[in-house]
Every structure is written in structure tokens, then in C-alpha cells.
Design a protein around this ligand. Structure first.
Ligand code: HEC
Length: 187
């Protein structure tokens, strides 16, 4: 009986801890959005500069070598762990967790229903704050993620396949959910 009581107390203590106030939710959603935007800007500005300089032949090796260090540098700067995950992967570094995959699928359903996508802020299994937001395909992503022989050239596809032989991150249209920003705040 005593054991059951202690166990119940522990559970209630734990569940108290694992709730976020509306204020915290709002605060960390704003922070998450800012960090995702800063990471997107850093990745895409450098990528587009490489595209301009030498097309996909220069931009693809750049992504391969620099996407991870740029993301890591910004993670350290903001004291978080920044990740981009997708259900259709190009790089195996970006493999989704079960939760990330679930969120991507939910976002895809919401887009299919024509409804508005919203970021998510929740506590993870370690009680750390975790931010998620959709990554949407824009027109200028299609050169490397579009439909082969339509919006994406066969040549670019073969350049990508040299580095990523198992790439399945093509065939997208503008407005599709490409994946998710997943940002874990350090405690
Ligand atoms: C020059 C070609 C190129 C362009 C343009 C491009 N990407 Fe990528 N993308 C890549 C490569 C190469 C990778 C794998 C390396 C990495 O970034 O992790 C990648 C990976 C990704 C990933 C990580 C998931 C995965 O499959 O590995 C996401 C998300 C993504 N791209 C979204 C976008 C979006 C959104 C745009 C447009 C704003 C875009 N990309 C434009 C080449 C490109």
C-alpha cells in the first residue's frame, strides 16, 4: 500500500513537471522560429551563392560538406540542437525520429486539407523543450528537389546521385511539406 502511495506521488510529481505554461510555450516558440529562420538564412544564402557561381555542380558538394557544420555552429551559438528531418531523405544524417516522422505526416495531412500549419512546442521524453516547424518547398528548391526531367534536370539529378546514391528527395512540387525543423533546447 505504502509503495503504491509513493508511486502515485512520484507520478503526479512527474506529470506536474512535464507541463509547459502558456507563457513558456509562447516564449520558446518565438525563439524556435528565430533559430529556424537564422539557420535557413545561413544555409540558403550560402547555397544560392554557390548556385550562382557554379550551378548544382558546385552547390551540391557545398551542401554535402557544409550543411552539418553550419547547423552545428548555430546550435552551439543558440545553446540548442538544430536538426532538419525528412520522410524522403537525401542525406542519412537527417533521418527522422519517430516523433519527427509523425509530425511530418500530420503537417502533410494539414496541407492536403488546405489548413494552416503551425509550429509545435512540447516537452520531450527527457523533459527538455522541443520546437518543431514545417519545411515547405519553394520554387527555388525545385532545381534540386523537383521532378526529374520536368522542374529538375537529369544532369542535376546525376550530380546529386554521385554523392547520394540512395537519394529519394526529389519529385516535390512547390508548397509540399519537405520535412521538419526540429530544435531541442538544452536544459
Ligand atoms: C543545389 C541543390 C539544392 C537546393 C537548391 C536545395 N537543396 Fe535541399 N538538399 C540538397 C542536398 C545536397 C542535401 C543533403 C545535404 C544536406 O543539406 O543535409 C539537401 C538536404 C535537404 C534537407 C534535409 C533532409 C534530407 O533529405 O537530407 C531539407 C529539409 C532540404 N534539403 C530542403 C530544401 C529546401 C526547403 C530548399 C529550398 C529552399 C532546398 N532544400 C534547396 C540540395 C539542395
Amino acid at each position: 500500500m505504502k509503495k503504491i502511495l509513493i508511486f502515485t506521488m512520484l507520478i503526479s510529481l512527474f506529470s506536474c513537471n512535464s507541463e509547459l505554461s502558456e507563457k513558456e510555450k509562447l516564449e520558446y516558440t518565438v525563439k524556435g522560429k528565430e533559430i529556424a529562420k537564422a539557420t535557413f538564412d545561413a544555409l540558403s544564402s550560402q547555397l544560392m551563392a554557390k548556385m550562382k557561381a557554379g550551378g548544382p555542380a558546385e552547390a551540391v558538394p557545398f551542401c554535402n560538406l557544409k550543411a552539418a557544420p553550419i547547423t552545428k555552429q548555430l546550435s552551439e551559438k543558440h545553446n540548442v540542437v538544430i536538426k532538419r528531418a525528412s520522410d524522403k531523405l537525401r542525406s542519412c544524417d537527417n533521418e527522422p525520429t519517430e516523433r519527427e516522422l509523425e509530425i511530418i505526416n500530420n503537417y502533410q495531412n494539414i496541407v492536403a486539407e488546405g489548413k494552416e500549419l503551425k509550429p509545435i512546442l512540447e516537452l520531450d521524453s527527457t523533459n527538455a523543450k522541443h520546437f518543431y516547424a514545417p519545411i515547405i518547398v519553394k520554387a527555388n528548391c525545385l532545381v534540386c528537389h523537383g521532378k526529374v526531367n520536368e522542374t529538375m534536370s537529369v544532369k542535376t539529378d546525376s550530380i546529386i546521385k554521385l554523392t547520394y546514391p540512395f537519394d529519394i528527395a526529389t519529385g516535390y512540387n512547390e508548397g509540399d511539406v519537405r520535412g521538419v525543423w526540429s530544435i531541442a533546447f538544452n536544459k
